[in-house]
Write a protein that binds this ligand. Structure first.
Ligand code: B12
Ligand code: SF4
Ligand code: SF4
Length: 389
């Protein structure tokens, strides 16, 4: 099986025992008590940690990893008047759920041909098990201080999936490498979401925040920078990822214009256009609203006055109050007479309380920013953007 993996399109494969994940259960309980969950996790901690609750008489779990690219070739530049956002690498190319399920399917077929009574249950991301805990037990990689599974071969630029089986395969040993004294990811995290080594407060993680649908706090909007979906900062700075960029999985290769799109056209994108552009990407699962809201935030963070008319249109016309409130914030961040005029005009016609509040706060901020030097924040956002590339 291991020798065949590469031909099946699998970059790393390992075997874990199907014993309960007892230590993980305690860890997940504590995680919940501290309020660090994102809400995207499977809520039933027994199911998360006892493979026998998911599969009749499990004998082993086969874990797989697929490597993905970390660099755009000839990335388009984000320029004044033509500002761009960035999708995290996990949303480049085709949806990894689909790609890994297809690879697991190939592996199932391969095993079924050889073991007639073979049974299995495959999962990628949305299954009950912790993909990282399974991968760690199966010797795929170690758990970095940034929480990611880091493989000695591919770094952390890997997606994970697994298959519970009725095959009594010999388990692999966990890898012995570790982060050592390094703390680069903890130091670089923009929101201090990494509260300890391998411990994340997901509520503060920008990756999570970009996937929410509501109004974001001022502090976190500033930290989002130009990220439209996900966040890669704690992996980009990781020395284990240095020079690692994987271009051999055809489905996972990025399209520059989708990975780093112009922001203004995103604001007017209808559902049809969204499906056409992002329907096949892992970023589509929350719909178009979070990406459009984040595009509005990014334009505010760039402080580019040329975005004022487009943001004014969102503030005046968008039926979604979250978008209108966010547009108010961005206009306040850009500041200047034109933005102030747009905010004042909108205040008279707005009936939603949350938006009215946002406009008032934005007017106060616009007063403050028009006196300040706007290029300052734009410079910061630019630097963030180029680090994210
Ligand atoms: C919910 C979720 C999120 C949430 C919360 C993330 C989190 N760290 O908890 C949010 C939305 C923030 C998120 C973000 C991301 N995610 Co996510 N996410 C998940 C999901 C669905 C569940 C994770 C979970 O249960 N978290 C709760 C924590 C407590 O459990 P855990 O992370 O699974 O495992 C931890 C414990 O086992 C603990 N642990 C166990 N033993 C030990 C021992 C010691 C000593 C220590 C210290 C810790 C420790 O450390 C593990 C790592 O954090 C998984 C898929 C799945 N079904 O597992 C994908 C998954 C973890 N995500 C993935 C990815 C790619 C990402 C992003 C990189 C996407 C992006 N670019 O924006 C970021 C990375 C953020 C980060 N630094 O973790 C990949 C990770 C691949 C890899 N190489 O590790 C997964 C596995 C999806 C997949 N199938 O490929 N994600
Ligand atoms: S994904 Fe971003 S916000 Fe989340 S822990 Fe990593 S660096 Fe911090
Ligand atoms: S940046 Fe350093 S501490 Fe963080 S995961 Fe990478 S090696 Fe570990």
């Amino acid at each position: 099986m291991k020798a065949a993996a590469a031909d099946l399109g699998i970059d790393k494969i390992g075997v874990a025992s199907a014993d309960p994940f007892r230590e993980l259960k305690q860890r997940l309980l504590r995680h919940r008590e501290l309020g660090y969950e994102s809400g995207f996790e499977e809520p039933d901690l027994d199911k998360r940690t006892e493979p026998a609750l998911l599969f009749d008489d499990p004998q082993s779990i086969i874990a797989i990893a697929i490597a993905y690219p970390s660099k755009l070739q000839q990335a388009p530049k984000s320029e004044p008047g033509a500002r761009r956002g960035i999708l995290s690498r996990s949303a480049w190319g085709e949806d990894y759920h689909k790609v890994l399920r297809e690879r697991l399917g190939r592996l199932e077929d391969w095993l079924r041909e050889r073991v007639p009574d073979f049974r299995s249950e495959s999962m990628v991301d949305t299954g009950a098990l912790s993909d990282r805990a399974v991968a760690e037990r199966a010797g795929i990689g170690w758990i970095g201080k940034n929480c990611a599974i880091i493989t000695p071969e591919w770094g952390s630029w890997v997606y994970l999936g697994e298959m519970i089986t009725n095959l009594p395969l010999p388990p692999d040993s966990p890898v012995t490498e570790s982060c050592g004294e390094c703390t680069a990811c903890i130091d670089a995290c923009p929101t201090d979401a990494l509260v300890g080594p391998g411990q994340l407060n997901a509520q503060r993680c920008i990756s999570f925040v970009t996937q929410t649908k509501g109004i974001v706090s001022d502090e976190l909007m500033r930290k989002i920078g130009n990220r439209l979906y996900g966040c890669d900062t704690c992996q980009v700075v990781c020395p284990e990822n240095r020079g690692k960029n994987w271009t051999h999985q055809p489905e996972l290769q990025p399209d520059n214009e989708k990975a780093k799109p112009l922001l203004v056209p995103l604001l007017k994108m209808g559902n049809k256009k969204f499906k056409e552009l992002y329907g096949a990407s892992a970023s589509a699962w929350r719909g178009r609203k979070p990406i459009q809201r984040n595009a509005v935030i990014a334009l505010g963070n760039f402080k580019d006055p040329s975005a004022v008319p487009s943001l004014t249109a969102v503030l005046g016309d968008d039926p979604r109050y979250e978008l209108r409130a966010t547009a108010a914030w961005s206009l306040g961040r850009i500041g200047g007479p034109e933005a102030t005029k747009a905010l004042e005009r909108a205040l008279g016609g707005e009936s939603d309380e949350a938006v009215v509040e946002a406009i008032k706060a934005a007017l106060a901020a616009a007063g403050a920013t028009s006196a300040a030097v706007p290029a300052d924040g734009a410079g910061r956002a630019e630097r963030e953007a180029s680090r994210n590339e």
